[in-house]
Design a protein around this ligand. Structure first.
Ligand SMILES: [Zn+2]
Length: 195
């Protein structure tokens, strides 16, 4: 049947398109998340003496060749958390102590957070992705928790309907001064003020 045949072709084309789109997305992600400058020699963990620049590049490219879920698994297992031993009773903000690890050529090495984030291609002062992964996972769990990415409404999102209404009302009142007929009743504006 021609209808079925064309839908099969359509499906194949859509699949091919999706595949190409995914490849493009991956390439764009890799480009955006290239290795960033890490810590320096003054770092207590001496990260740059443990893991070479070449090794950082390798970790980064392996990391970005993984799926979103695999990356979350990696971040979870390359970071160790434990309940912080509270030294002072006044500072109860820091609940956990964090430790970060990356693979050197001769095995796992403890590195600082800056080195960890920048090797994976994140900005050193932006740990949102890492925190999202860790906070969604219970301390006694080995499986990353549910990803909240894109699920919470953005706080900066503008309510377009209000904006459009406002513009339309402004437009209406703008032309009223000319020769607009007074037969039509003015639109009630939520912004109108009574004098
Ligand atoms: Zn360091």
């Amino acid at each position: 049947m021609p209808a079925v045949a064309s839908s099969v072709v359509g499906n194949k084309n859509r699949k091919r398109k999706r595949c190409a789109e995914r490849k493009e997305q991956t390439a764009a992600q890799q480009k955006k998340h290239c290795v960033k400058p890490g810590c320096n020699l003054s770092c207590k963990k001496k990260c740059i003496t443990k893991i070479s620049e070449e090794q950082r590049q390798q970790i980064n490219s392996e990391f970005w060749s993984m799926s979103h879920y695999e990356r979350r698994c990696f971040m979870l297992h390359a970071t160790k958390r434990k309940m912080a031993s509270r030294k002072t009773t006044t500072d109860s903000r820091r609940k956990h102590s964090y430790f970060y690890f990356l693979n050197g050529t001769d095995g796992m090495k403890a590195v600082c957070k800056t080195f960890f984030l920048t090797t994976l291609g994140f900005q050193k002062n932006n740990d949102t992705v890492l925190q999202n992964c860790l906070k969604s996972t219970a301390l006694d769990s080995i499986k990353p928790g549910e990803d909240r990415r894109g699920k919470a409404p953005s706080s900066t999102k503008i309510d377009r309907s209000v904006l459009t209404e406002h513009i339309e009302n402004k437009g209406y009142y703008g032309v009223q001064g000319h020769s607009r007929s007074s037969r039509s009743a003015p639109i009630e504006s939520p912004y109108a003020t009574s004098y």
